[in-house]
Design a protein around this ligand. Structure first.
Ligand code: SAM
Ligand code: SF4
Length: 327
């Protein structure tokens, strides 16, 4: 699939649920209203729609949310899509999770054909973690990470850099990753959905966030891409790779290769735009045949770039939260 700007689209992110067992401050408000269940695609519908994307040339799928592991019977979807990896129709099936349920599900994920997961962790300090997540228990995540390692899953931690919140956690997180054999990716906060705080107060450009790392290690740019927007660096003296996702300070849209399917059955062509195409109705009325024409429309409508701003007082780029579109 190619969009109207000539970009090859071979990566699909699926938000399998907008629900979550945490309430990270940059992601959602404490009183987040979740979608009514009747508006949500069934797991079977998600699998059939994903299969249509695979038939059209998608080679990588990432399952995200909300928290994917809180959706009951998530394993059925992982196994259904994992079969396409085993058959060579898909290069990779990956997962983004907050890690709270990994101790239960790590082996299942590996058996389903998942080999790489991203686990979001913004602090190792229990109090800072509880503050950012509004009540999360770090012990559960650390236990989950241990289970993932033992199951043979390759782990990358995702850390959102937040001013006056977790700057002091970045070196401890890097040391932890080095000890565990994990990679670390730092992310700038993006203005998606109302979260009850002004994001401009918390926005920390990564150039500042990595200053303490630079004092200890040389950053050596790597050409590696893993299908996402991160740029990777080797660090002198460490095996851990450092990824940087800088949507605000360095725009990466020129290389965008992705589309997003939400749990409501909408295709979003860009995380930062409201434009979307509703697949659910077409799919429920016409079956798989209804999907193709809308996919072509989505490709034609994919915008060239997001238009995020975190200037003081700026409105979020979209009213939609990351948990709805799938981070
Ligand atoms: N619940 C899972 C998790 O936290 O990994 C998966 C969904 S979460 C929406 C996916 C990723 O988006 C996480 O790494 C999270 O830190 C990131 N995220 C959420 N809201 C964000 C925002 N406003 N700006 C930047 N990253 C955000
Ligand atoms: Fe939940 Fe992930 Fe959003 Fe945190 S970032 S509230 S874990 S969906």
């Amino acid at each position: 699939m190619r969009d109207s700007h000539g970009r090859r689209i071979d990566y699909l992110r699926i938000s399998v649920t907008d629900r979550c067992d945490l309430r990270c401050r940059y992601c959602m408000s404490e009183t987040m209203q979740f979608l009514p269940r009747r508006e949500i695609l069934t797991l079977e519908e998600i699998a059939v729609i994903a299969e249509r994307f695979i038939a059209r040339g998608v080679r990588r799928i990432r399952l995200s949310g909300g928290e994917p592991l809180v959706r009951r019977d998530f394993g059925d979807l992982a196994r259904a899509l994992g079969r396409h990896v085993k058959a060579g129709r898909l290069d990779e099936l990956t997962l983004t999770t907050n890690g709270t349920q990994l101790a239960t599900y790590a082996d299942m994920l590996f058996d389903a054909g998942i080999r790489r997961i991203n686990v979001s962790l913004d602090a190792l300090d229990p109090d800072i973690f509880a503050h950012v997540t509004r009540g999360g228990d770090i012990a559960k995540v650390l236990g989950g990470l241990e289970a993932a390692r033992q199951a043979g899953l390759k782990v990358k931690l995702n850390t959102v850099a937040l001013r006056d919140t977790n700057e002091g956690q970045i070196l401890p997180l890097l040391d932890y990753c080095a000890e565990q054999g994990f990679d670390l990716t730092l992310i700038e906060t993006m203005p998606l959905g109302e979260v009850a705080e002004d994001r401009s107060d918390r926005f920390l450009p990564l150039i500042e966030a990595i200053a303490p790392i630079r004092e200890r290690h040389a950053l050596i740019p790597l050409g590696d891409r893993t299908g996402g927007p991160a740029r990777y660096f080797a660090l002198s003296g460490l095996k851990t790779r450092l990824g940087l996702i800088t949507p605000l300070s360095q725009n990466f849209c020129a290389d965008c290769n992705r589309m997003r399917l939400t749990c409501q059955g909408r295709i979003y062509m860009c995380l930062g735009h409201e434009d979307h195409i509703d697949l659910k109705a077409a799919f429920r009325e016409q079956g798989v045949a209804g999907i193709d024409a809308l996919l072509d429309r989505a490709l034609a409508a994919k915008p060239l770039a997001h238009d995020f701003s975190v200037a003081a007082g700026a409105q979020p780029a979209t009213r939609r939260h990351m948990s709805v579109t799938g981070g």
